[in-house]
Design a protein around this ligand. Structure first.
Ligand code: ADP
Ligand code: MN
Ligand code: MN
Ligand code: MN
Ligand code: MN
Length: 388
């Protein structure tokens, strides 16, 4: 009798040892028995195609709704690669995501970054995609393509690096800040930033699970901390290059929302989730070039700040929806209509961190972006102003 033999690699099969092979008996007639095999793709794998929608500016924005979308493609063969080009393009209904009209609704998902899927595990993957029109040109919402256009050899030679501080606020399902007293307020701000203890820290299990998932996905996450408003958190991605920071922030945001489903916690990037004397939610973006990171780099840092002072309105107009509620000049911000820089100054637009000032080289921090900013757009604007 024949038993199924898993992993039999026959000469006729191109697969490595990953297809299961099921021997079957074929009876041609009573006297003749033939052995043959059918191939079962027992090792089909899942690829989660992730993209950002086009609902910016719609009524959904500025509320609890996030911009991430994804759907699963089952791939009927083993996944043995992290090369985006090895994965097929896919399409989706752009009329349901604010990216197309109903009568011509297909948009194309083009894989740009592949990471191990830390939730499903195994060889499953997360694929960050950018969105193309059916003719292969970048969709209007494809801010990544606009960034890539600026990555000319002179820019690449300066090796721009970014550290993106993604703040977010946890909410419960009824839209109240997670852990806050029902219908009321916690103790005023003060004891919560980088706090520890049940009395001051709300939602750590999600923040920890998210950091763990980012590490397992191979993202360059550099840390997490509880923020000034209780229920508010931060994780940092970087230092990494321009497309990497965007792709990794997209993957990290998706993981945060996806894990939130398990915890019953909604994470919002709204810039001012609670009105009044409560900190807003930002995405400070730390930036450096090779010239800034070398001995004497302060000169390049100050030149960059001089350039940034001249394009302030252009940056502000693209640094997130509802940012005017956050950039008031209070709560560690500089008011939106003022451009100011300073060493260790958290009330400035651009901060030079104290250690950078002491060493005389390093990086600058753009404190203006709101938490809901498009990371590809911040990356592009910093290059456009500083390196073009
Ligand atoms: P803050 O003191 O403002 O809270 P964080 O420690 O939260 O700063 O974030 C600083 C970020 O800057 C980190 O992601 C870090 O990896 C990144 N970073 C460090 N050095 C550089 C550099 N030379 N260029 C760009 N980013 C950097
Ligand atoms: Mn359908
Ligand atoms: Mn920080
Ligand atoms: Mn912060
Ligand atoms: Mn910061």
């Amino acid at each position: 009798s024949m038993r199924p033999s898993a992993f039999c690699g026959s000469r006729n099969m191109t697969a490595k040892a990953n297809y299961a092979v099921q021997p079957v008996v074929v009876r041609a007639n009573r006297s003749q028995r033939r052995r043959c095999c059918i191939v079962i793709s027992a090792y089909a794998q899942r690829a989660e195609y992730i993209w950002a929608d086009g609902l910016e500016g719609s009524p959904a924005k500025g509320t609890v709704f996030n911009e991430m979308r994804s759907k699963t493609k089952v791939i009927q063969q083993p996944i043995t690669t992290f090369e985006p080009k090895d994965f097929p393009d896919w399409s989706f209904d752009g009329s349901s995501t604010g990216q197309a009209e109903g009568n011509n609704s297909d948009c194309i998902l083009n894989p740009v970054a592949v990471y191990p899927d830390p939730i499903r595990g195994g060889d499953d993957v997360l694929i960050v995609c950018d969105v193309l029109n059916p003719d292969g040109t970048p969709h209007d919402t494809n801010t990544r393509a606009q960034l890539v256009e600026l990555l000319t050899p002179d820019v690449v030679a300066e090796q721009p690096l970014y550290g993106f501080e993604q703040e977010y606020t946890m909410l419960n399902k009824s839209g109240q800040v997670y852990g806050w007293p029902n219908g009321g307020f916690p103790f005023p701000q003060g004891p919560f930033y980088c706090g520890v203890g049940s009395e001051s820290v709300y939602g750590r299990p999600l923040a920890e699970a998210h950091m763990d998932a980012c590490i397992k996905a191979g993202l360059i996450i550099s840390g997490i901390n509880a923020e000034v408003m209780p229920g508010q958190w931060e994780f940092q991605i970087g230092p990494v290059g321009p497309t990497e920071v965007g792709d990794q922030v997209m993957a990290a945001r998706w993981l945060l929302h996806r894990l939130g489903e398990n915890f019953g916690i909604v994470s919002t990037f709204a810039p001012k989730p609670v009105k009044g004397d409560w900190n807003g939610t930002g995405a400070h973006t730390n930036f450096s070039t090779e010239s800034m990171r070398n001995e004497g780099g302060m000169k390049a840092i100050l030149e960059a700040i001089e350039r940034l002072s001249k394009t302030h309105p252009e940056h502000i107009s693209q640094y997130g929806t509802g940012n005017e509620e956050r950039l008031t000049g209070k709560h560690e911000t500089c008011d939106m209509n003022t451009f100011r820089y300073g060493v260790a100054d958290r009330g400035s637009s651009i901060r030079i961190p104290l250690p950078v000032q002491l060493k005389g080289y390093g990086y600058l921090e753009d404190r203006r972006p709101a938490a809901n900013v498009d990371p590809y757009t911040v990356a592009r604007l910093l290059i456009k102003t500083i390196l073009k």
